[in-house]
Write a protein that binds this ligand. Structure first.
Ligand SMILES: [Zn+2]
Length: 384
């Protein structure tokens, strides 16, 4: 379980904080890569976390009219957030724009914010059975009475709100409030299974695959009705003992759609690369170039290898005592005595290692870069 250090909101996404570092945070991206992030707003707790399902290449259901569930979920989540804020709740969203995010990352974001309620917003696909009322489905954590009540209230309010519209609804036997489990008894949905300490629920308001429902969901006033219903249910969950309704037996269905894995997730847009120069004397530079040539690499990449080598020694922990370097051992990286700059670009993921090593050795990142290079020159020199 994450330590609950909060999340950094930046560029329409929530990044889970793993560590605070000088000038920023080590976070996990929506693709669950660790990067160094030096911008954004840190929040450590909210009342409610909303998760707009799917995003990016994971579209979810697609309506015959071209509406994509990914976008519909996001729109309803934004409206729900506003409605909750009007009621006085603090709210965070796992994503505030269209982006690719795996289920695991959505769960760690929610866990890090310790909300009173965590609700994943979806719209359904696939049903063909005609129904006189909306095929609203909500899902809860099989082991949690509170999650069950939250899902029951979501069902009750969303189903009642949509019932005001007279269209040719569809449903399945799962209309209502239920838990969907594996043979092992664990929840099928990662959103529920990976947040055991939270009150989590999934709401599937209507069937986007049904043409008349898709047309209904193209009307922003209908989305407002749905969002108000979700907000009302969350408010009742927090402020009342209302039991909710629509309860059905838990059912075993292990089949998953394969969405939400974050597979092929592209991180390249998150964080920013940092260019760093280290200054070398002519003698140091000649040694660096010579050893880089011997190793078949550029002087720039030798600096990077060196930092990764230092990180490796750091990871050995107690076996190699590591203290901040004495001042005399800290290399000079700039100034008149070091005329030759070697500049290296560090990706946001590389910066995780760079800042970790800098903190461990009590050095600036530029100094660590040079210490790494000096170490590599030494190691390659021994290798002869
Ligand atoms: Zn969905």
């Amino acid at each position: 379980m994450p330590a609950g250090m909060g999340v950094v909101l930046h560029d329409g996404a929530a990044f889970m904080v793993l560590e605070e570092r000088t000038g920023g945070w080590i976070v996990t991206t929506p693709c669950r890569t660790e990067i160094f992030l030096d911008e954004g707003t840190l929040i450590d707790r909210v009342d409610v976390v909303l998760d707009p399902g799917h995003g990016g290449p994971e579209t979810g259901s697609v309506g015959p009219n071209g509406i994509v569930e990914r976008d519909l979920n996001l729109g309803v989540a934004h409206l729900t957030r506003l409605a909750l804020e009007d009621l006085g709740y603090s709210v965070a969203m796992t994503r505030e724009r269209d982006l690719h995010m795996g289920i695991g990352q959505r769960a760690v974001i929610a866990n890090a914010l310790s909300p009173s309620a965590f609700v994943s917003i979806h719209h359904n696909g696939g049903a063909v059975r005609r129904s006189s009322d909306p095929g609203t489905e909500t899902y809860h954590q099989v082991e949690s009475e509170a999650s069950r009540r939250l899902a029951g209230l979501l069902y009750e309010d969303v189903h009642a709100a949509l019932s005001a519209f007279d269209v040719g609804w569809v449903d399945t036997v799962h209309q209502g409030t239920s838990a969907r489990i594996r043979y092992s008894g664990l929840d099928v949905y990662g959103i529920l299974r990976l947040t055991p300490d939270l009150n989590s629920a999934i709401v599937e308001a209507a069937y986007l695959s049904n043409a008349v429902e898709a047309d209904l969901l193209a009307d922003v006033e209908v989305l407002q009705v749905e969002a108000d219903a979700i907000a009302r249910a969350i408010d009742r969950f927090v402020t009342s003992d209302d039991p909710g309704s629509g309860f059905k037996r838990a059912f075993v269905d292990e089949a998953t759609t394969g969405t939400g894995t974050g597979w092929n997730c592209d991180d390249s847009g998150y964080g920013r690369p940092v260019s760093m120069a280290s200054g070398y004397t002519e003698q140091e530079y000649d040694d660096l170039v010579a050893m880089a040539a011997r190793a078949g690499h550029s002087p720039e990449s030798l600096q990077r290898f060196g930092v990764y080598a230092l990180d490796f020694f750091h990871a050995l922990g107690g076996r190699v005592p590591l203290d901040p370097l004495p001042v005399a051992a800290i290399p000079v990286v700039s100034g008149g005595s070091v005329p030759i700059d070697v500049t290296l670009s560090w990706s946001p993921a590389d910066q995780v290692v760079l800042t970790r090593v800098a903190d461990a050795y009590g050095l600036s990142p530029a100094e660590v870069q040079k210490v790494g290079a000096v170490l590599m020159v030494f190691l390659i020199g021994i290798g002869g």
